[in-house]
Write a protein that binds this ligand. Structure first.
Ligand SMILES: [Zn+2]
Ligand SMILES: [Zn+2]
Length: 371
C-alpha cells in the first residue's frame, strides 16, 4: 500500500525542482511517518542539486524538516504517535563513532545521508505513478515533501508548544554553527572568536559565541546588511572583507594578540590561509564550510611551528542532535538564540524562489511551509 504525496523533485542538475505527485511506500520498523509542517532550505540542498556532491536522480532533497508523527515503526523506541519532531542528519547507530557518541562523524554518514536508498534493504520510499524510482532518505528524511518516512536516528521530539516553523531549521545549519562553538571549540568566557562568513551557519556561530561569553566577537563578510545583522546578534566588531585586509584588521582588533578561535564557513582556500595567520598562539582555526572533494588549502608550517596552532574540520557542530536541539530550543525560548531574525517563510510551490533568494543573498534562511 502506498500513499500519494506531493514532493519537489530534482530531475536535472542545476535546474529548478518540479512539484510532482509521488507514491510513498510503507514505513519500515526503524522509521516514522512524518506529516511535514515546515522545512528549512540549506546550502547543502543547493550543492547537491547542482552536482557538487553526487546524488542519484531523480531525487527528493530537504534535510531540515519539522512535522508531526502520524505512524511509528515497530522497532522505534524514542518517538511516539503525535509527537512534534524536528529532523537532523541520520546516523547508523552501530559504528565505532556512533557508539562512542560522535554521531556527527558516523562512519556510514555518506550512505545514511546521501545514498538515496535505505541502508537496511536498498529500497527507496518514493516512486512515480509509472513506477519510476525516486531517491529518498536524503539525510534520512527527504523533507521537501508533504510526508516522509524518516529514520528514527534523524528524528528529535520537541515540545508541542513551540511553533514548528520557528524551529524547523535548527537541525542542520543552526546546529552546525552553534554546535561548532558550544560543543567543539568551547571558547572560555572572555576569549576572542572570529567568524568568517555571515550566512545562516556563521550567524548561528555568532549567537553561540555570545552565549559562551566570548568578549571579542568578530563577524567577517562582504555584505554590509549581513554584518549589521551580525552586530545585532552579538558581534562586537565587523569586517567587510571587500574593503579592508581581514588579517590585518583581526590583528588590530585583538591588539596584535591574534584571535583565539576562528570559524570559517566559506571553505575558500586563500581565505583559510589568511585566517590562519591571524590566530593567537595556540589558537584554533576550524572549517565548517563545504568545498568540492579534492580542494586543498595552503598553510604556513615553518615559522608557525612554534605557535602550536590547530586546524580542524567540524561536521554538524559535533552534535548529538537528540541532545543538542532541545538545548537550542531552550536558548531560543529565552531569547538568547533568536533564529527568527534569519528566516523568511515561503509556500511550498515557491520553493525554487526560496533557493534563488538564498543564492542571491536576499534571504539568509528560507523556510518552506506545507499546506
Ligand atoms: Zn555510525
Ligand atoms: Zn544542511
Amino acid at each position: 500500500m502506498t500513499t500519494t504525496i506531493t514532493a519537489a523533485v530534482v530531475r536535472a542538475l542545476k535546474a529548478p525542482m518540479t512539484i510532482e505527485q509521488l507514491e510513498l511506500d510503507e514505513i519500515r520498523p526503524n522509521e516514522v511517518r512524518v506529516r511535514m509542517v515546515a522545512t528549512g532550505v540549506c546550502h547543502t540542498d543547493a550543492i547537491v542539486r547542482d552536482g557538487v556532491y553526487p546524488a542519484q536522480l531523480p531525487a527528493v532533497l530537504g534535510h531540515e524538516g519539522a512535522g508531526i508523527v502520524e505512524q511509528v515503526g515497530a522497532a522505534v523506541k524514542t518517538i511516539n504517535l503525535g509527537d512534534h519532531v524536528v529532523m537532523s542528519a541520520a546516523y547508523c547507530t552501530h559504528c565505532l563513532q556512533c557508539r562512542s557518541g560522535h554521531v556527527a562523524y558516523c562512519e556510514n554518514l555518506f550512505a545514511e545521508d546521501f545514498g538515496g536508498r535505505r541502508t537496511s534493504d536498498g529500497t527507496t520510499s518514493l516512486s512515480t505513478h509509472q513506477g519510476e524510482q525516486v531517491s529518498s532518505h536524503f539525510f534520512g528524511q527527504s523533507s521537501f515533501a508533504t510526508y516522509a518516512n524518516v529514520l528514527e536516528s534523524a528524528v528529535i521530539a520537541v515540545p508541542k508548544d513551540v511553533p514548528l516553523e520557528a524551529i524547523a531549521f535548527l537541525g542542520c545549519g543552526m546546529q552546525t554553527g552553534a554546535g561548532a562553538i558550544l560543543n567543539e571549540l568551547r571558547p572560555p568566557a572572555g576569549s576572542s572568536v572570529a567568524v568568517s562568513g555571515s550566512g545562516a551557519v556563521g550567524l548561528a556561530a555568532i549567537m553561540a559565541a555570545k552565549i559562551a561569553g566570548a568578549t571579542t566577537i568578530v563577524a567577517i563578510d562582504v555584505h554590509d546588511s549581513r554584518l549589521a545583522l551580525a552586530k545585532e546578534l552579538g558581534a562586537t566588531h565587523t569586517i567587510n572583507a571587500k574593503s579592508v585586509d581581514t588579517g590585518k584588521e583581526l590583528m588590530r582588533i585583538t591588539g596584535d594578540n591574534g584571535v583565539n578561535f576562528i570559524l570559517d564557513t566559506t571553505a575558500v582556500p586563500q581565505v583559510l590561509a589568511n585566517l590562519a595567520k591571524a590566530l593567537s598562539i595556540r589558537g584554533t582555526l576550524a572549517l565548517v564550510g563545504a568545498a568540492r572533494p579534492g580542494t586543498e588549502a595552503p598553510f604556513e608550517i615553518g615559522a608557525s611551528l612554534v605557535r602550536g596552532w590547530t586546524f580542524k574540520t567540524i561536521v554538524q557542530g559535533s552534535s548529538v542532535p537528540q541532545e543538542f536541539i532541545p538545548r537550542l530550543i531552550e536558548l531560543w525560548r529565552q531569547g538568547r538564540f533568536p533564529v527568527e531574525k534569519l528566516s523568511k517563510t515561503y509556500q511550498f510551490e515557491e520553493i525554487n524562489q526560496a533557493f534563488a533568494d538564498s543564492a542571491a543573498g536576499l534571504t539568509i534562511k528560507p523556510v518552506i511551509l506545507f499546506p
